[in-house]
Design a protein around this ligand. Sequence first.
Ligand SMILES: *[C@@H]1O[C@H](CO)[C@@H](O)[C@H](O)[C@H]1NC(C)=O
Ligand SMILES: *[C@@H]1O[C@H](CO)[C@@H](O)[C@H](O)[C@H]1NC(C)=O
Ligand SMILES: *[C@@H]1O[C@H](CO)[C@@H](O)[C@H](O)[C@H]1NC(C)=O
Ligand SMILES: *[C@@H]1O[C@H](CO)[C@@H](O)[C@H](O)[C@H]1NC(C)=O
Ligand SMILES: *[C@@H]1O[C@H](CO)[C@@H](O)[C@H](O)[C@H]1NC(C)=O
Ligand SMILES: *[C@@H]1O[C@H](CO)[C@@H](O)[C@H](O)[C@H]1NC(C)=O
Length: 451
Amino acid sequence: MWKIVLFALHLQLLVAPLSASCPIFLTISLSGKSLTDACLEINWGPDCYAPPEWVGIYRQDPSVSNFQPELRIDGIRNRTGKRLTPIKLGKLQFPGGWNRPTARQTTATKYPKGKCLPYYVASYNGNELLTIDCLKIQPNWLAHLKDAANMPLKQLFLPGTHASGAYITNYSKTKSLLIKDYLVAQHFDVWSQLVFGIRYLDLSVGYRYSADSGSESENFWVVNENMFINPVIDVLRDVRRFVELSNEIVVLDFSSFPIGFYKHPEIYSSLYHLIRQELGQVIYERNVSSNEHCANRSFNDLRVLGRQVLLLFPTEELPHPENESVLLCPPWQRFSTSYMNMSQTLDYMRLLFSRKPDSPVQDDGWIFHAVMSIEQALNSHKLQTAKERAAVINPKVNQWLNGPWGLNANVVAMDYFSNTNLIDVAIHANVHKAFLAANDKFVNLEILSRR
Ligand SMILES: *[C@@H]1O[C@H](CO)[C@@H](O)[C@H](O)[C@H]1NC(C)=O
Ligand SMILES: *[C@@H]1O[C@H](CO)[C@@H](O)[C@H](O)[C@H]1NC(C)=O
Ligand SMILES: *[C@@H]1O[C@H](CO)[C@@H](O)[C@H](O)[C@H]1NC(C)=O
Ligand SMILES: *[C@@H]1O[C@H](CO)[C@@H](O)[C@H](O)[C@H]1NC(C)=O
Ligand SMILES: *[C@@H]1O[C@H](CO)[C@@H](O)[C@H](O)[C@H]1NC(C)=O
Ligand SMILES: *[C@@H]1O[C@H](CO)[C@@H](O)[C@H](O)[C@H]1NC(C)=O
């Protein structure tokens, strides 16, 4: 009984400062064609039980001075919702040396609490400022969560992307509508995803031999729905530069090999050698003799070794797994909502995230892919683009993870994550998880002393 009361009390104390009476945040809509055309959207909730009189969008921090808003919005009413604004994102620049480096770079400003980009949202009653938030990069969030740093990775909430390498670097160069509308799955390149705070990447790889290739590495491509999108090596180099610059961790999941690998162990081997060549010094080395589970390691374990990439790779496909397996972690369990409608997705999340005894989630790392396939969208009688699909599923899943389910999440991966505040949701859940882990013992002691 005491335990429950104290537990509730601690939860209350912890949660109260995090959730305003009406949380309001900014996201990037999926309406525009290219990223620079994308508009900002204002989101409120979950549980906006005291809506503000008005909300303003600013290009400068409105708490510093009385700037005029770029846009003012009145009449927010429902407990949760979203409204598109006409304000375009334009070209994004990251502060503090966090732009994608073109050459070796050794320092960047540490932003333990994130750094606002020049897009702010503030809510008011009259001229009383109630809340303030911004679009932000969070390149150092994990290192900042001291209490979470010693928890096994399987107990952390790691925000991720699905089809992480399926992005466009140059819209005017990419002519294919098929690629632009249906196969691209992310607004941002892998570098930017990591700078925003993503810590899990999902890669589907294809092999295409070309006599023109200068080297074997040019034959490996990120693929989505069987089309070649970007060179794998670009992704590997982004990951390498990012972990070296930030000291954060990245879980790199080679999840499928749809083209050119079938019955070709030597191609798997060749890909493995490319990964080792690019990332070998930063990939975590597993203790194979104890059959160690990589998800059991903590952020600090990896940081102390200076090996901050966890490589998930199907070991059994390699011709000589016995001498290659130290760098490889066996894949984690994956759960996907690809072929589900929204009500099925909700039921599935209830099954996975409530961690009841009948849950298929085991005590190890696991990945929830919150995505909707083209086929599922077809069932709704209209061929929806990748953005239209993400616009339906992401905000819902994001909202459901804001409650108690977020405390049971491990990896959650989305297409076009930027129409949610998934990274903030994950950070808050991790603060909460670390608090519960640290206070489990404390609460018990307190009960003893009260007796
Ligand atoms: C509130 O929700 C209702 C029903 O979903 C919708 O019709 C209405 O436009 C919403 N109002 C606002 C202000 O978002
Ligand atoms: C994008 O592609 C177009 C057409 O090929 C080219 O003119 C332009 O310079 C490219 N932009 C960048 C930033 O590479
Ligand atoms: C690996 O695990 C074995 C068996 O548990 C143990 O004896 C050994 O010390 C471990 N090696 C390292 C490098 O931790
Ligand atoms: C995970 O770590 C815990 C404590 O560090 C240990 O008791 C457990 O055996 C480990 N499990 C695996 C599968 O490595
Ligand atoms: C890997 O192991 C196999 C047999 O276990 C051996 O024949 C081969 O030479 C080893 N390869 C390397 C690169 O060490
Ligand atoms: C979702 O799919 C299930 C099973 O096919 C079906 O029974 C249900 O009506 C669908 N729900 C919606 C909202 O389309």
